[in-house]
Design a protein. Structure first.
Length: 289
């Protein structure tokens, strides 16, 4: 769909604001690193694969009900329909279940890639998507090292779907995320990252034979607000163990500070001009006839 002049200038305005706030935005990760984020600890040794968290998530977010256990074939990933899924993995210690959803990174690449701050890291910790600010570029999808944001391609009013940790509907009101509140086996624990890391280390020390000695999410991608304990190495659970420990936005700090903004914006500027003038050009040709 072609852009008209109004949409073009709106896009350029948003880009200009991003540039104007560039230094503040780039400095934000340093502030975020010292924040007391809330998060969730998932203990795979306690999960029995009941899939109740999938149902609770769908119900809390007005999404379609997930399929039954009998219909599940192979491993699944969260998509535009379901924000979380639980997979069963055959491991060196037998069957282990793993819940997958947005990791809510401390310094999220999706938020850093978003020109309009539609993808937003809240001061409380959860990463949310704000529909009224989204321009539909889908850079958040490309930038996520965990491949979590999903676009509703088949919807007439498409949204980006991902776990928000029930931030706007529950956490802001002092309630637990729906999946945490209703987990029958207490496989999910909600709290500050500091509390969750302490609890995770305590469990590992007290039961060394039950746990693999690592907290997934403590350092991965600069640290995440969703963390995992497991009885086996995390590669056995299909998790991305090649993700770096440094946050991904940190990789671009030097580049964004040193490269003149005109070079960064030139492609977007030229595309905007081309799209905004295409419609007028078509009208002029019609008038000449």
């Amino acid at each position: 769909m072609e852009l008209d002049r109004r949409n073009f200038f709106r896009m350029m305005g948003a880009t200009g604001i991003t540039l104007a706030l560039g230094k503040e935005l780039l400095a934000a990760p340093d502030v975020i690193a010292n924040a007391e984020f809330k998060g969730v600890l998932y203990d795979a040794t306690r999960c029995k694969g009941c899939l109740g968290c999938e149902i609770d998530c769908a119900d809390a977010n007005e999404l379609p009900m997930p399929i039954s256990k009998k219909e599940i074939k192979g491993l699944r990933k969260p998509d535009e329909t379901w924000r979380t899924v639980v997979n069963a993995h055959e491991t060196s210690k037998g069957k282990v279940f793993v819940k997958m959803q947005c990791m809510h990174c401390n310094e999220p690449a999706c938020a850093a890639a978003c020109l309009t701050q539609a993808m937003y890291k809240t001061p409380e910790g959860p990463v949310i998507w704000r529909e009224d600010k989204c321009m539909g570029c889908r850079y958040c999808m490309i930038s996520c090292p965990f491949d979590m944001p999903k676009f509703e391609y088949n919807s007439p009013n498409p949204k980006i779907q991902k776990c928000t940790m029930c931030f706007e509907t529950r956490v802001q009101n002092g309630e637990l995320p729906a999946c945490v509140e209703n987990c029958p086996n207490e496989a999910l624990t909600f709290g500050t990252r500091r509390e969750l890391i302490q609890e995770a280390r305590k469990r590992i020390v007290e039961n060394p034979d039950s746990y693999y000695d690592q907290i997934y999410g403590e350092r991965e991608a600069g640290g995440t607000c969703w963390m995992y304990l497991s009885p086996v190495p995390f590669e056995e659970l299909g998790m991305n163990t090649t993700v770096q420990n440094e946050s991904y936005p940190a990789l671009t700090k030097g580049f964004l500070y040193t490269v003149p903004s005109v070079f960064v914006l030139a492609p977007a500027l030229l595309l905007g001009i081309q799209q905004a003038t295409k419609k007028d050009h078509a009208y002029n040709e019609h008038d000449d006839e």
